[in-house]
Ligand binder design. Sequence first.
Ligand SMILES: [Mn+2]
Length: 493
Amino acid sequence: MSDSYDSDRRAGSRVAAEPSASHHSPSGGSEQSESHSLRGPESTQELRTAFEAFTQALQESLGPISRAGQEVLLFHHNDTDGLASGAILLTAFSRAGYTVSRYSLEKPYPELLDIVFSRNSGKLIVFADFAGKIAPLIAQKNHGQNLVVILDHHPAEPSGDPAVINLDPDLFGLKGDIDISGSTTCYRFAVELDERNRDLAHLALLGAVGDGFFVEGRVVSANREALTEAAGQGNARAEPRAQEPQAPDERPGAPSGNAEGTSPAGERYFITLGGTEYPCDELATQLDTLGAVGYYQGGADLGVRLCLEGPNQETKGKLNELVRIKDRIFAQTLNELRDGALRSSKSIQWFDVKDSFIPMGVKMIGVFCNEIKNSDVGDPAKYLAGFQWVPDKIPGFGTVRFGKTKVSMRVSDYLVEAIRGGREPGLSSFLPEATLNLGGFADACHSLSAATTIDIGLESELVEEAERVLSTRRAELNEHRGDERAATNKRNR
Ligand SMILES: [Mn+2]
């Protein structure tokens, strides 16, 4: 379903190490279910054809949309790209005279979809920056009752149903981790809806910066067109960055940087909100904090407002408060782990924060694991797992009975080496299987970072099951390595 862009690849200040809905390649920092491959050398013509097909699909959606009433239910992701997408669509639909009910989600959970589709008919329902992949599931739940429009940029599936219009540019050959962000997808849609919405181009750029997909440090393709448009309006500006040495990005498929440990200088982007210019990277840090740390405290709503009006006294105060909340909860949890709350089985060390991370969203359990994975708490040779209850509510929407806990897993640098060297199994080789064996849900697993959900109460059983699957994987790995050694010996003889 949803996966995630990797924000902690950038300088460590970003809160959202683990956006729940995104794409790109596996990394130590985020849990993504899908990997986009980076675009190879490819003709401009191919890109143009893809963009034309996408634009045509946007245009063709306008007829059915115009017949779908004047009420929109809008669901969007809670990271920078998702909040910018929400701000763009809120503006575009409001301008078009729609009544908009807007909700920010960490994920389009199936339990929530059940409620949405059982309560509504004859409405226009829009998903932004997620749900591209679950279009067939949405079609099944919708039963043709509402017109659903999906404006995502993650790897996607066609819905197979005219009542569910999947406008994910991935379906038309554009790459969501290079060419087009969720926000630019929404921006392109908004412009087709009404030319006036061109004045939202700077928000498309902001979302693209938030998702962090640059080619040699620059936004490209449809994201770049949004920059050019916004710059022409005096709402955006690119500034060349001074070349500076950086820690090498070791992720396989990392889109920028090179073996010498320097990254291409690239550009820094600025946009104007409410008459004042701000650097996009700083806005993105603030938006990710509002959306993730403040998820259960109205943070996403403040984030959408920030996109439209710029930071104000209220958002500044809230941001300071949220950073304090995060620091306090993280420090307290770390103390508890030192005091014995970190439990340990043969190869896995784990802890359960239950509901103590409130008001922070469930993204934060992964962020916390990431922060402590190389600390002196615990054993670097053991896989690290943290559990956090998924609260039974969606801010602004109401109660949704999940009864679920999220588990996030990370590994120390020591284990990263062992996994990359093929001496230890990666997380995706055992956590999803163990989760599914217990009737859980797995959608964001990679070898160095992974997350799944299970029913509350099954935590220690999941750890046991993960140990069991892990030992099977280890046996297979050893057998395989034995075979390789035998083959090498044979060749060398
Ligand atoms: Mn996105």
